[in-house]
Design a protein around this ligand. Structure first.
Ligand SMILES: C[S@@+](CC[C@H](N)C(=O)[O-])C[C@H]1O[C@@H](n2cnc3c(N)ncnc32)[C@H](O)[C@@H]1O
Length: 257
């Protein structure tokens, strides 16, 4: 049985509703500072020293519990689409990777509903409404390994005071690196990709494991990618090869920080 259908039937955090529209041209990201954030290194070091203690959100724990058998069944053939929005990328990835389970996670009930409304959904797709930081912690604790991790067009939070809302300035960042696999970040804001790269280096990832480049495509994978291309924006793709990035690396860095 299709996992999505089975879970939505159970009336759990996988829900339905109407969808947001994404029309018009998109303005470029504007920020109120130059280059990378001056507090970035300090912030990452602090997060390496102090693991995130915040209690997990109950709806994410519930979503994870229900998804766990399917995640375990995937035997490492697990692709994660973090912040999947309305699920275009999750579906494309599932079609391109029929041997893998592709999990799309988003905090927005409306967007997950929109994803669930697409039918027929491939059998190897799972959509979950969850808080990403909590979901990543639960994944780490369960020691499930990912094959590929997509973080496609995260909200930029471009003001200087919002550094901690960007994933590399968030206390979850060390855990995110420890999920392994290749982490692929795409953004239309160069500073986001560059800061993420610097944060990964501060956490101990060597430069050979980092690939940060302008990205061109004629076949957008996501709704935001499509919109940015139509608006004439330059796209950026950062890939971090995290397969051998171990807890030991993170811990030893935390000691030095
Ligand atoms: C700019 S949209 C990009 C959506 C999609 N990846 C795309 O490229 O079309 C960012 C998405 O991340 C989701 N998001 C932001 N913060 C989140 C969080 N803490 N947990 C889960 N999802 C989150 C938002 O709900 C939104 O759908």
């Amino acid at each position: 049985m299709n996992i999505v259908q089975r879970m939505s039937e159970q009336n759990h955090p996988f829900v339905r509703a109407t969808s947001p529209k994404l029309g018009g041209l998109s303005p470029r990201v504007r920020t109120n500072y130059c280059g990378c954030h001056s507090a970035l290194e300090r912030t990452v070091k602090r997060h390496l020293r102090t693991p995130l203690q915040k209690p997990l959100s109950p709806h994410t724990v519930e979503a994870f519990k229900h998804a766990l058998p399917a995640l375990e069944n995937a035997n490492g053939e697990l692709l994660l689409d973090s912040g999947c929005g309305t699920g275009e990328s999750t579906l494309s990835l599932a079609i391109r990777n029929p041997e893998s389970l592709v999990v799309g996670v988003d905090k927005s009930q409306v967007r997950i509903n929109r994803a669930l409304d697409r039918s027929p959904l491939p059998k190897n797709v799972l959509f979950l409404r969850a808080e990403l930081a909590d979901f990543w912690r639960l994944l780490r604790e369960s020691r499930l390994s990912l094959k590929h991790h997509f973080v496609l067009y995260p909200n930029p939070w471009p003001k200087a005071k919002h550094l901690k809302r960007r994933w590399h300035g968030h206390p979850i960042f060390p855990e995110l690196l420890l999920l392994g696999a290749t982490l692929e970040l795409r953004t239309n804001w160069k500073i986001y990709a560059d800061e993420f790269e610097i944060a990964a280096k501060v956490a101990g990832l060597s430069k050979e494991k980092i690939d940060n480049q302008e990205y061109k495509t004629e076949t957008p994978l996501t709704l935001f990618e499509k919109k940015y291309l139509e608006s004439g924006h330059q796209l950026y793709r950062l890939r971090l090869h995290l397969q051998e990035f171990s807890t030991q690396t993170a811990n030893s860095l935390a000691d030095r920080a």
